[in-house]
Ligand binder design. Structure first.
Ligand code: PGA
Length: 245
């Protein structure tokens, strides 16, 4: 595991942007694994700036998102399809046909999960996977207790996840109870993984990630076994790691 300790959210976003941009520039057909949530927003802004400055093209890229809420389609502002279009896709030259976000509204979600895995396999592999983390250690929507062998599947969201994510909805009642997520094995199959963690509210999460044993009770702990894993934190997020001050 490589650890990058950055001063603040802006520097964290730039460090992630450098890694993703390098990957895009070094490959003919880069395959990117994308995440939603508040944490990657600065990274996406940076990638958009570089694209607008003429430094970065996504024309040859393919993207796969981690997850989507069951029951929400691309017109719902809380859906991750909406988020991706709004925060990244509409600003860059990625062909929309190359952008994959799991569907939360497919009639047969089990079949859809299998098909999503197949699409990733057909693309070769994910060259760089971007991740955020939940305060309970979830990656994607793989909540504590999810098997490390899991592939794309339908999950029940933890009460804590629904509550934390209710800020993206008008009320807690509107937050779906289920989601489709890439599995932990799907994530671990990526060639390179970067996990971004920012802010004081994630300080306990960073401390737990670094200090806990690898265990399904804390899904992100498996990342420590990935051969090409970079954890990018800011000072606030790192502040509760023993010996950090
Ligand atoms: P956040 O979400 O970036 O909005 O904190 C991360 C996650 O829940 O995976």
């Amino acid at each position: 595991m490589k650890l990058l300790k950055m001063k603040d959210y802006k520097e964290l976003s730039k460090a992630a942007c450098d890694l993703v941009a390098d990957k895009i520039q070094s490959l003919d057909n880069p395959v990117l694994g994308l995440a939603t949530g508040s944490t990657p927003e600065g990274l996406y802004e940076c990638l958009i700036e570089r694209h607008q400055a003429g430094e970065l093209s996504f024309k040859q890229a393919t993207t796969f998102n981690l997850d989507e809420y069951v029951g929400l389609d691309s017109t719902h502002p809380g859906s991750y399809q909406y988020y991706m279009y709004d925060k990244l896709f509409k600003h860059i030259d990625l062909p929309l046909s190359s952008a994959h976000v799991p569907s939360g509204t497919d009639e047969n979600l089990e079949e859809h999960c299998k098909a999503y895995e197949e699409e990733i396999r057909n693309a070769g592999k994910i060259d760089i996977q971007i991740l955020g983390i939940g305060i309970n250690g979830h990656i994607g929507f793989n909540e504590p207790g999810t098997s490390f062998d899991s592939r794309t599947h339908v999950v029940e969201l933890d009460a804590s996840t629904r509550e934390v994510n209710s800020r993206f909805f008008d009320s807690l009642d509107e937050v779906p109870y289920k989601a489709v997520t890439m599995g932990i094995q799907t994530i671990m199959d990526a060639d390179e993984i970067i996990l971004l963690i920012s802010g004081e509210n994630k300080a306990d999460t960073v401390a737990e990630l670094l200090q806990t044993e690898v265990s399904e009770a804390f899904p992100a702990s498996i990342l420590k076994e990935h051969p090409n894993f970079t954890l990018i934190v800011d000072e606030a997020a790192y502040s509760k790691v023993k010996g950090s001050s």
